[in-house]
Design a binder for this molecule. Sequence first.
Ligand code: HEM
Length: 273
Amino acid sequence: MGNSTSNKQLQAIIDDLTALVKEKNCGPILIRLSWHDAGVFSTGKLTGGCPNAAMRFAEAGEGAFGANAGLPTVALDLLKPISEKYCPDVISNADLWTLAANVAIEVMGGPKIPTRFGRKDAASADESVESQVGRLPDGDKGCPHLREIFHPKGFDDKDIVALSGAHTVGAMHADRSGFEGKWTDDYLKFDNSYFTEMLSKKYEAETTAQGCPQNRNKESGTVMLISDLALLEDPFKQHVEAYAKDQSVFFEDFTKAWVKLQENGCTDLRDDL
Ligand code: HEM
């Protein structure tokens, strides 16, 4: 594919994704889709798990993981008109999910994330990782758990705080995770309000109807998970404070950690489609 044809096709996909995010306000779930595709990666006792769109196969493997509830259904239904138009001939599904998240972040006011291409799609559910356990984080656990999950992916404490800042957008759904509520007042704006609100609001512990423990700010109704408020412990807290104080520092650190996450375990990525 010549570069100019490829650039035109890339722009057409970006335009379609932009329209989708604006029309359906679905940016947050597209970010979560890319995060859970790439986030199973590990180099500890568990190995492998590069982004490969294995969640396309909803009946087994990653598509059936409890942690991915809502992704093979809601997120992939939203993307369907675009994936049917371009995948796999123009772009792989795994690259489309990566790009969709990055378009969503920018459309919602966040940083412009550079996307590279060349992720290979799983051919069946068999190319899933064995289990979510030890690979994807639980919201009802604290710092030791976050480190156990993120350090083997190549992320340090600061990266954990920066990446968690994605919860500045989106919501928890009772029928997906058992948690319920949005993290911030303006949950469709990608900014540093996750950090400013975490520091300024008071939270009270509660249990959802599904039996999941979380923390709610009574005045505004926003919610923080146990894993979110864990970031107020030392040595994580200094980064929460830095990101609350200066949004551009958050955007810069988030971009570095997020691109690394989206490219973890991938080889031979290229700048063009
Ligand atoms: C640090 C550990 C993390 C935990 C425990 C966690 C947990 C959760 C949970 C329980 C939900 C709610 C799912 C639902 O019910 O729909 C959620 C949603 C979300 N997560 Fe995380 N997450 C973590 C890290 C991340 C990271 C690293 C990102 C991306 C960089 C991310 C992005 C999102 C987004 C955007 C949503 C909203 C989805 C929507 O609105 O449908 N999370 N997360």
